[in-house]
Design a protein around this ligand. Sequence first.
Ligand SMILES: CC(=O)CC(=O)C(=O)O
Ligand SMILES: [Mg+2]
Length: 217
Amino acid sequence: MASKVSQFMQLGRKIVAVGRNYKAHAHELGNALPSKPMLFLKPTSSYIAEGEKIRIPEGCTSLHHEVELGIVIGKPGSRISEQDAASHIGGYILALDMTARDFQEEAKKKGHPWSLAKGFDTSCPVSGFIDKDKISDPSKVRLWLKVNDSLKQDGNTGDMIFSIPHLISYISRYFRLEEGDVILTGTPEGVGPVGSGDVIEAGLSDVVTMKFQVEQS
Ligand SMILES: CC(=O)CC(=O)C(=O)O
Ligand SMILES: [Mg+2]
């Protein structure tokens, strides 16, 4: 299973992202707490790996970083129960849900979808694949992010509103989950803007770190 899911980027499977899954982050942007998981999709064309640059999309004046734990699905399924959810996890990634916040605010006001704000090219920088056994308890991992060496986000997956088993179960009621799909589980507080030339460094406990530079497109 691991060798196959490690090809998640090449497989081009879907990216299901969860929004507002940390109370403090929902509050920092003045958003109400969700009563059920809030979902959106990012296209697989948004993936980049280390060595590639995050490009500020044309017309964007407020590009924000959001560090997130990504779940890589290892076994397909629909209507997965919370009890079975762990068996569908193939591994993990560390990911950034780069967000054109100005595009998102405009879309929110007009009731439009977030596709442009969340799905532009380079909006999903990811680490390499992390084997499932490297993270004994995904509900207790530290997520941090620095911009130019200054710590901006320092959270823990223990603060998620909806647990990982609940997310897998809920999402699979609506989207059949396939091997290589990625679930981005939401970001903790501390999101903020980045500009051209900035360097973003992020880490997941002592398991992985990654670095990306930002440039104007
Ligand atoms: C307000 C957002 O952009 C939602 C989101 O992506 C999150 O991680 O929370
Ligand atoms: Mg996010």
